[in-house]
Design a protein around this ligand. Structure first.
Ligand SMILES: [Zn+2]
Length: 222
């Protein structure tokens, strides 16, 4: 992907995160990999509507060096760790969407309950454990470990924080972020009015076959 187009797509994604109410203020962040070993990451600490696409910094994936643009998001280590760990992943989206964040505070995994679980692609959307503060390398380590616990999954919940989603493109990762929030809302409503009926594993697999993916299953927690 070409740099100017990547910066434009990233900027539009950040503005959409705000308008979709997946974040408030300057919260949340996103990144997209270029083919030359670099990553465009969202600029940190400013309202997105006050930024322009070229403000988003370009970062060397191997060294972490910021080549140009404004200072990167405080979650740069998180983006670099995920991009380095998963060579087939080209984009990372992190939001604070409220229902998914609520489940992350309760430290409850989200189950496979509806069609929107197709995006996250896992039997569960796992919560990171142990807790790690925002911006820390421990958070980056926990996120990678949680995604690796369920190989093929495209989402996890950062404990007491919010969801992190991945994809082969920014658009794909962003759609998963919307789907995670949808699953969290649906699960919350189901708990409020009755109980959560999880779709049985064989039916999850049938849904995966219909939509062309394999449902990721978690390894036991170490
Ligand atoms: Zn965050």
């Amino acid at each position: 992907m070409e740099l100017a187009a990547a910066r434009r797509d990233l900027h539009e994604t950040l503005l959409q995160m705000v308008s979709d109410r997946l974040v408030v203020g300057s919260a949340g962040n996103a990144s997209v990999r270029l083919g030359d070993g670099s990553l465009v990451v969202s600029a940190g600490g400013r309202l997105y509507r006050h930024l322009s696409p070229n403000d988003h910094p370009l970062v060397d994936v191997d060294t972490g060096e910021v080549r140009n643009g404004l200072p990167a998001t405080s979650e740069l280590a998180l983006h670099l760790a995920v991009i380095r760990a998963f060579p087939d992943v080209n984009a990372v989206v992190h939001t604070h969407s409220p229902y998914a964040a609520g489940w992350s505070v309760a430290r409850l995994d989200l189950d496979f309950v509806c069609n929107e679980n197709i995006g996250p692609a896992g039997e569960r959307i796992l919560v990171t454990d142990p807790y790690a503060p925002p911006g820390s390398t421990d958070l980056a380590t926990a996120a990678v470990a949680t995604l690796q616990r369920q190989p093929g999954s495209r989402a996890c919940l950062l404990a007491n924080h919010g969801p992190l989603t991945i994809g082969t493109s920014l658009e794909a990762a962003y759609t998963v972020a919307q789907q995670v929030e949808w699953v969290a809302q649906v699960s919350y409503v189901a708990r409020a009015v009755g109980r959560v009926h999880v779709i049985p594993p064989e039916h999850q697999d049938a849904i995966g076959a219909t939509y062309g993916f394999t449902v990721a299953r978690p390894h036991p927690h170490p």
